[in-house]
Design a protein around this ligand. Structure first.
Ligand code: CP3
Length: 340
């Protein structure tokens, strides 16, 4: 029997829709915090297959999610290319910024295969243990990766990266191209290791003008989708151009993704009109409604269910679960969706 999420990703509308949640593994779960403490640093947790596989499976066991999302981080790939990464408590990730040709020359796609081998082993282990849930692999999109790789830290506007895209387009294009090629290698490796679908997280896509969006979001996504489809036909790609607004329809059509994840600001019916019928929709409950719980969570969940009714839809959040989320609220959410 085909797994529920894979049926939806093949275009079938199922009621009630299957559910998984972005960042479903993580600090809001006590069992995650216990393993995280055991691993030492966060990067070593991502690179220790036994522990990363266990963390991946924790939310599937606890809540009966329809998918497991590989436990890793988008910066495993920039690290694999040769850029350092430090996760500082309370400060977020810090990377030595890439602002010139010399720094770019320090990255080497030849290192990637060996460096990501532990992640691919995690994928194999999870696939063997995941049961009825589907295993989703992932990477950051080239644009969102470039944002952090150039900026060096989190940011509200990624001004260094976006200024480079205008001021030194040749350098920025070369960075995007390198990350695009590395992402194809990495996701093809995840699929070969057992991932049944892959998702591209483009957290900062909404910062771009329409022309920059076409160049740095849609075009690299199209390259990744085409390369993966050639090597692994039938494995769906979920795009997540967060805060892309009305550009989401053109993004879906031009990139060729099989599914689009919508952020919380997207109206389900309006987005459904913009995105062609054949493209599956995922989303888009507000993560803060899950923090609140109770009647607010129930009402917002109902609105999401009704908003996507009749369409091939995967229930999810509009962005990742936040650390202060009570796990009982996640259990209540899953129960409500199952009972719909
Ligand atoms: O359960 C899952 O969804 C799988 C794991 C996952 C993580 N990061 C684990 C993580 C996934 C899919 C990501 C994607 C990711 N990472 C994105 C794109 C999606 C998004 O949320 O916008 C981005 C931009 C990152 C980069 C990143 N990693 C930041 C900004 C941070 C710091 C903020 C934070 O939440 O701590 C991280 C660290 C990180 N990635 C943690 C986890 C569980 C927390 C690390 C810890 O345990 O201390």
């Amino acid at each position: 029997m085909t797994k529920r999420i894979l049926r939806v990703l093949a275009g079938e509308a199922i009621w009630p829709p299957p559910i998984w949640l972005m960042r479903q593994a993580g600090r809001y779960l006590p069992e995650y915090r216990a393993l995280r403490a055991q691993a030492g640093g966060f990067l070593s947790l991502c690179l220790t297959p036994e522990l990363a596989a266990e963390v991946t499976l924790q939310p599937v066991r606890r809540f009966g999610m329809d998918a497991a999302i590989l436990f890793s981080d988008i910066f495993v790939l920039s690290w694999a290319l040769g850029q350092g990464i430090e996760y500082r408590d309370g400060e977020g990730p810090v990377l030595p910024p890439i602002r010139d040709a010399k720094a770019l020359a320090g990255l080497d796609i030849g290192r990637v295969e060996k460096a990501v081998a532990p992640v691919l082993e995690t994928v194999q282990r999870v696939r063997a243990a995941v049961g009825e849930a589907a295993l989703i692999g992932f990477a950051g999109s080239p644009f969102t990766m470039a944002c952090y790789m150039v900026q060096g830290t989190g940011s509200k506007d990624f001004a260094h990266a976006r200024a480079m895209a205008y001021g030194n387009p040749d350098l920025f294009d070369r960075l995007i191209d390198l990350v695009t090629e590395a992402t194809i290698l990495y996701l093809a490796g995840q699929i070969a290791a057992g991932a049944e679908a892959v998702m591209l997280f483009d957290t900062w896509a909404g910062l771009l003008s329409p022309s920059q969006f076409a160049r740095h979001v849609t075009a690299p996504t199209r390259r990744i989708v085409a390369a993966l489809r050639a090597a692994h036909p039938g494995v769906p790609v979920i795009g997540f151009p967060r805060l892309a607004g009305v550009s989401v329809g053109a993004f879906a059509r031009a990139s060729g993704v099989q599914a689009v994840a919508l952020d919380t600001s997207a109206d389900p019916r309006a987005a459904g009109l913009l995105v062609d019928q054949g493209v599956v929709l995922q989303g888009n409950l507000d993560p803060l409604a899950v923090v609140a719980g109770g009647a607010a969570l129930e009402g917002e969940t109902r609105a999401v269910l009704e908003g996507f009714a009749g369409r091939a839809h995967i229930f999810n959040l509009g962005h990742g679960i936040v650390p202060q989320t009570p796990p009982e609220h996640v259990a209540a959410l899953v129960a409500q969706v199952r009972a719909a």
